[in-house]
Structure formats: structure tokens, C-alpha cells
Design a protein around this ligand. Structure first.
Ligand SMILES: C=CC1=C(C)c2cc3[nH]c(cc4nc(cc5[nH]c(cc1n2)c(C)c5CCC(=O)O)C(CCC(=O)O)=C4C)c(C)c3C=C
Ligand SMILES: [Fe+2]
Length: 474
């Protein structure tokens, strides 16, 4: 039994909803002297609401690390941001033999995609609002934790843009944090989002003496929390009231998609969690006597592979064809406004809906800093404190969590060890004279030129040298 953890009997019942996850070097690998010293002088505390905050040591310093995607802040950031995204093996997963192509491919795809992405970011003011919103959420969460008598520092670590996770970790070390709660800001778990961020964190932890000894726990997903569900239901109820005939409106949940293979071949729990999340929100609305028809579809697919279906655009057209007149779009996979709410939903899908015969369109805002939501996140952090430092495998209750596929560690391990050949989302070949074939022919040709150029520059031999084009300066 890890010393810094309450026994299951002392844990508030709501805390068992968490799947606690320690990285590979957790409490059990600490030297026994360390275990003894942290055990001495431990006290059980409770906050103003009477929720036990676990076993806290008088000189413990609690930190909360919010993990998020990050977004380009200016149009110049777009291409390097896309490079970071596509260089992530959890976004483009190449077969082992072709791993060496990860970075050149990321460079190539980012350059090709940048103009389209830039247009999108230009239309929402020249950059992503994600950094500002996440910082605001962090500050509100900090205030809420302090108001609940949990003095914690809150950090933001982004996966693909500033402030990078590495920067947040450096600050955590400088501040001497001793207990860390890791909280991805994605309500539902996906290998491509929380999974990718946690994997990065794991690699940072593995090589760092300070971090190896720091107690920590991870909240992998939290879509099932009552506060989150109620906050979402509140937003939906409020927007429904703006329609002339609210009872006739179809509630249209639109989630960010992932390639189908993530779910079907890699065991990503994302789809199952998304469906359960929608069911919980609908149950909450029904309790309020709101029983509108609803549907769930997936948006923002990238590249030619099959993504989770039904697709948002096709579903909108289909609903219009069936004579639906009023639609309320609910972005469900992310808690901040971002390019895919502000541009894709508000502009592209709205236009498509109106063209498809839908006359009344509404959109639920992202949760942002909604007080009920932030307060619930603070409770989530507080409820997870007893698990800080506990290994999920040694904690029976944590293993019975609502995260369907068990601990994140196990999930990612399975994904890594048995399913390496996951088709990448943007590198599939279609036979025949298709748009895809043309695109990929062009890209293959450009890649070949790139490789030839590289070989030429490094070896000093090749057709450009033969033709006297290189070297440029003799
Ligand atoms: C739960 C949310 C998200 C999942 C799942 C997800 C998977 C995923 N995304 C891409 C490719 C891109 N995503 C991009 C932007 C972006 N993605 C999310 C969220 C999820 N992605 C957000 C919130 C944002 C916007 C950030 C911001 O700037 O505000 C982009 C860049 C934008 C664009 O060019 O369209 C790409 C590309 C893949 C391939 C993927 C699953 C494998
Ligand atoms: Fe994305």
C-alpha cells in the first residue's frame, strides 16, 4: 500500500470514478528510505466542503498540470505548429520501417497544408485563441482550488505550441512541486490527444531524477463528472431557449473525429467515451423535461483515410433533406473556443446547413471559464489527491474506473506493442485516376526530389553537380 495514499475506505466515493495512473517510475520504485520519510508526519486534511483532500504533508507543494494541444498565435506560427503536430507519431503513425521519414513527411505535409490552415486562422483574427483561454482557465482553477482550501499552483503544458509541456515541467521543478496532478483538458480520452501528451510526459519523467521522485497522478478523462455534464446541459438549455420553438430543435453534438483505425485497430476508447458522454448529457436534459431529438457526428477530418462516422457535413445535408428546420450545434470534444468552433462550425457548417434547407441555426459556446465547470475541475483535482503517488495496478477501486479500457499505461502499452501497423491518417494510397492519386503522385515526386537534393548536397555528387548548378559558390 503506497504510504502517501488514503486507504480506499477513507477515499470519498466520487473519487473512485478516476483511473489513477502513475508513470513507469512511481512510488513502488522509490528507495525505501524515501517511503519512510514521507510517511512520517502525514496528516489527513479536509477542505471547506468536507471533501477529504487526502494525506498531505505540511510542507507539500501541490501542482496541477493542465495539458492541452496548443495553437499558432500568429500566421507565421502556422507551418511550424503543423510540423510539430504531424511529427507526432500519435498523429501520423508510420510503420516501423519508415519511421525515419516521420520528420521529412511532417515538414512536407505542414508546408502543403499551411496555406489552407492559414486562411482559417486568418478568418478568426490571425491566430488561435487557445493559449489565452487555457491561461484563463488555469487562473480560474487556481482561484477555485484556493477557495476550497487547497493551495495549489496551476501550470499549462501544450503539446504542439507554446508554452510547451517541457517549459511547464521546468517551471514545476523550479517551484519545487512535490505532488502533481496531471489533468488533460480533453473531457474524453483519445490516443491522439491526451494519450500523446501523456506519452510525452512519460518520456520527460523517465529521464529526470527530480520527476522520478515526485508524487503524481493523472486524471485521464472526466466526461462522466456530474459538474461537467450539468454545465454542458445548462449551456444547451440556455441556447435552446433562443429558438422560437425550442422543442422542435435537433440537438446536434459535433465531436472532433479521429481516423477509424484508432478505434477499431488501436483500441482508442474515444468513440465509446464520446457516446457515453452524449448519453449522460441527454439524461440530464431529460431530468429537466427537455427531450429534444439529438444526434452525434464527427467533424474536422484530415487526409484521405476513413475517419469516425457519421461525418458532420454529411449528417447536416441528410437532416436538411429529411426536412429538419432547426439545429443546435454542440461542440463536445473540447472545452475552449478554437478554429474548429469559430470557423468550421460557425462559418462552414452554418452555411452548409442553410443551403441544405435548415432555417434556424444555433451553436452552444465552449465551456471556457464557466464557474460550474471550473469548480468541478477543482473538485476533480481534490478528489484525485489521495491517489497521488498510488499505482493504479495496486488500487482496486481505481481500476474499477469509468475509463473503459483500464489504465492509460496499459492502453498505450497495448497500442504500442501489438498494433504498430496502424494506418497513418494521411498516407493512404487509392488506386486509379483519383484526386488522392494525383495528390499523392505529386507529393511522392516532391519527396523524391527532396531526397535527391539531400543526397546531392551531402555526397557532392548528382545531376545538379553534373549540370554545373551545384555547388553555387566555387
Ligand atoms: C478532442 C479533440 C481533438 C482530436 C481527437 C484531434 C485529433 C486529430 N487532429 C488532427 C489534425 C489537426 N488538428 C488541428 C487542430 C486542432 N485539433 C484539435 C483537437 C483535436 N484533434 C483542436 C482543438 C485544434 C485547434 C487548435 C487551435 O488552433 O485552436 C489541426 C490544425 C488546424 C487545421 O489545419 O485544420 C490539424 C491538422 C489529426 C490528424 C487528429 C487525429 C489523428
Ligand atoms: Fe485536431
Amino acid at each position: 500500500m503506497p504510504l502517501l495514499c488514503l486507504s480506499p475506505l477513507q477515499v470519498p466515493s466520487s473519487a473512485v470514478a478516476w483511473s489513477s495512473f502513475s508513470f513507469s517510475k512511481g512510488v513502488e520504485k522509490l528507495p525505501s528510505s524515501k517511503l519512510l520519510s514521507v510517511g512520517v508526519g502525514a496528516l489527513v486534511t479536509s477542505n471547506t466542503q468536507g471533501i477529504s483532500t487526502g494525506t498531505l504533508i505540511a510542507d507539500e507543494k501541490i501542482g496541477v498540470l493542465l495539458l492541452n494541444l496548443g495553437g499558432p498565435e500568429t500566421l507565421e506560427d502556422v507551418q511550424p505548429f503543423l510540423f510539430n503536430l504531424f511529427a507526432d507519431p500519435d498523429i501520423i503513425r508510420l510503420p516501423r520501417l519508415f519511421r525515419f521519414l516521420q520528420k521529412p513527411l511532417a515538414q512536407f505535409i505542414s508546408v502543403v497544408r499551411a496555406p489552407k490552415s492559414k486562411e482559417g486562422y486568418a478568418s478568426i483574427g490571425g491566430g488561435s485563441p487557445l493559449r489565452q483561454i487555457t491561461n484563463d482557465q488555469a487562473e480560474e482553477l487556481r482561484k477555485s482550488l484556493w477557495a476550497k482550501n487547497v493551495p495549489a499552483k496551476v501550470y499549462v503544458g501544450m503539446r504542439y505550441w507554446h508554452p510547451f509541456t517541457e517549459e511547464a515541467i521546468e517551471q514545476i521543478k523550479r517551484d519545487g512541486i512535490t505532488k502533481l496532478v496531471v489533468l488533460p483538458l480533453y473531457p474524453q480520452f483519445s490516443i491522439s490527444t491526451s494519450g500523446s501528451s501523456l506519452r510525452l510526459l512519460e518520456s520527460i519523467f523517465r529521464d529526470d531524477e527530480y520527476l522520478v521522485n515526485m508524487q503524481h497522478t493523472v486524471i485521464p478523462s472526466w466526461y462522466q463528472r456530474e459538474g461537467y455534464i450539468k454545465a454542458m446541459a445548462n449551456l444547451i438549455e440556455k441556447e435552446l431557449r433562443k429558438f422560437d420553438r425550442p422543442e422542435k430543435v435537433i440537438i446536434f453534438f459535433s465531436a472532433h473525429g479521429v481516423p477509424l483505425a484508432y478505434v477499431e485497430e488501436a483500441g482508442d476508447p474515444y468513440k465509446a467515451e464520446m457516446e457515453e458522454c452524449v448519453d449522460l448529457i441527454i439524461e440530464e436534459l431529460e431530468k429537466r423535461k427537455i427531450d429534444n431529438a439529438y444526434t452525434l457526428a464527427y467533424q474536422s477530418r484530415v487526409g484521405p483515410v476513413e475517419w469516425l462516422k457519421p461525418y458532420t457535413d454529411e449528417t447536416i445535408v441528410e437532416l436538411g433533406r429529411k426536412g429538419v428546420k432547426s439545429l443546435l450545434a454542440v461542440p463536445i470534444s473540447f472545452v475552449s473556443e478554437h478554429i474548429e468552433t469559430l470557423e468550421e462550425i460557425d462559418v462552414e457548417y452554418k452555411e452548409l446547413a442553410l443551403e441544405s434547407g435548415i432555417e434556424n441555426w444555433g451553436r452552444v459556446p465552449a465551456l471556457g471559464c464557466e464557474p460550474m465547470f471550473i469548480s468541478d475541475l477543482a473538485d476533480a483535482v481534490i478528489e484525485s489527491l489521495p491517489y497521488v503517488g498510488a499505482m493504479a495496478v495496486s488500487n482496486l477501486e481505481a481500476r474499477q474506473s469509468l475509463v473503459p479500457l483500464g489504465s492509460v499505461e496499459e492502453l498505450l502499452a497495448t497500442y504500442d506493442s501489438q498494433r504498430r501497423e496502424l494506418p497513418p491518417p494521411v498516407t493512404v494510397w487509392e488506386w486509379g485516376w483519383t484526386k488522392s492519386a494525383e495528390t499523392w503522385n505529386g507529393r511522392a515526386a516532391m519527396l523524391a526530389v527532396l531526397v535527391l537534393l539531400l543526397l546531392e548536397v551531402t555526397t557532392g555528387e548528382g545531376f545538379l553537380h553534373q549540370w554545373g548548378v551545384l555547388p553555387l559558390f566555387r
